[in-house]
Design a protein around this ligand. Structure first.
Ligand code: PLP
Length: 397
């Protein structure tokens, strides 16, 4: 007998992946230049030169056994020291190697962190719209998920909704800023207010409520936007970081967990993280990549290509008449669908070879996500198609 839960997860691939598969088929039929595939958040700018240089340098200078061998389960000590030092310097937050656990990207950081803190009956709050895998990961850790809708139009935290959702079973809240799918960066005021709110709730219910800060897009922000570093504002925080998007290396699977030393029982939380990593077979993240990211720590990506896309798409679509959330970061644009049923809207968009992701799997209805991490030509060439789609809806009115 198979695990029915896993069987259904495996059979029901994510809607993003489904569209991506459709796009491959369609591109083979009519040519890739004729398909406007906005489905996947796959970075389209190359990894900084320093990444390739570091890898080549390690291959040339290391003994092969040392380079490709296991590191300790939680990661190489020097790598963890480098990352901890960088956190302290950049964010003015105390950090040491003993707070850092190296992982295979943000997905692993999240699954390990959730597994480390969740007990039977615990609830995890997801702020909608949220990255669909958050729900999969939280439920797999045994949590009951509670969705809290954010406030339109900017999708900031709605504290009256949050007040209704937090209760004596609340164990964690996942905060993802810059956000996938909206691109919104939560303001310092929002984070301060969230910290005050959760501190009060911790007192009221006499238990820890952990913020799990999912931060793969931290470095992807525009117009000098500042992303508040949550451990600075709230003690019970675990940061799930990934280099997938900041260094354009999603296939290399590398990231880390930072367990804030200011957590009530930080040392034991770190042990629980080690235990969760062990129980799920997530020990010793790829050795070569651990060293590479340490060598590249602090290197900023060149965001000019994403920024150009962001402006062209946001301005182009709003000029046509679409309504969209102006993104501060990441590489997604969240656009209001032209009918209530976002999936039906996406189906109709396919007529113009526009491949968009309906918002339902992100926990809200009536929007679509456009991943603009594509070549600029695709943005420019797709605007007439968006215009035709808009006209088609308007003619029906
Ligand atoms: N969290 C969010 C919000 C994401 O958008 C993604 C990937 O798109 C992940 C986590 C997973 O990142 P990684 O590829 O580093 O596992």
């Amino acid at each position: 007998m198979l695990s029915q839960k896993m069987l259904s997860l495996g059979k029901k691939s994510s809607s993003i992946r489904e569209i991506f598969e459709y796009s491959k088929k369609r591109k083979a039929e009519i040519g890739s230049e004729n398909v406007f595939d906005f489905s996947l958040g796959n970075p389209s700018i190359p990894a900084p030169k320093e990444v390739d240089d570091a890898i080549k340098g390690f291959i040339d200078s290391f003994d092969s056994i040392d380079l490709h061998g296991y590191t300790s389960a939680q990661g190489d000590m020097q790598v963890r020291e480098t990352i901890a030092k960088s956190i302290t310097e950049r964010f003015d937050v105390p950090a040491s190697a003993n707070n850092i656990y190296m992982t295979c990207g943000a997905a692993a950081s999240l699954t390990i962190s959730l597994k480390a803190i969740i007990n039977e009956g615990d609830e995890v709050i997801l702020l909608a719209p949220y990255f669909p895998e958050h729900k999969v990961f939280a439920e797999n850790a045994g949590a009951v998920v509670r969705e809290v809708l954010c406030k339109e139009p900017r999708f900031e935290i709605d504290f009256s909704e949050l007040e209704m959702a937090v209760n004596k079973n609340t164990r964690a809240i996942i905060v993802n800023s810059p956000n996938n799918p909206t691109g919104v960066v939560l303001s310092e005021d929002n984070i301060k207010r969230l910290s005050e709110f959760l501190n009060e709730k911790q007192k009221q219910f006499g238990r820890e409520i952990t913020i799990i800060a999912d931060e793969p897009y931290r470095e992807l922000v525009y117009d000098d936007e500042v992303v508040p570093y949550i451990p600075k504002y709230y003690d019970n925080t675990i940061v799930c970081y990934s280099y997938s998007k900041s260094l354009s290396i999603p296939g290399e699977r590398i990231g880390y967990i930072f367990v804030s030393p200011k957590m009530e029982n930080s040392e034991d939380t770190f042990f629980a993280v080690c235990g969760a990593g062990r129980s799920m077979g997530y020990v010793c993240a790829p050795s070569l990549l651990q060293r590479t990211v340490a060598a590249c720590e602090g290197i900023k990506p060149d965001l000019s290509a994403y920024d150009k896309n962001r402006k062209a798409l946001y301005e182009g679509l709003t000029k046509i008449g679409y309504s969209a959330v102006r993104p501060d970061g990441a590489f997604y644009l969240f656009v209001k669908a032209l009918e209530e049923d976002a999936a039906a809207f996406c189906e109709r968009a396919k007529k113009y070879e526009l491949l968009l992701v309906p918002s339902d799997s992100f926990g809200v209805s009536g929007y679509v996500r456009i991943a603009y991490c594509v070549g600029y030509e695709q943005i420019a060439n797709s605007l007439p198609a968006f215009e035709m789609l808009y006209k088609e809806y308007n003619e029906e009115k």
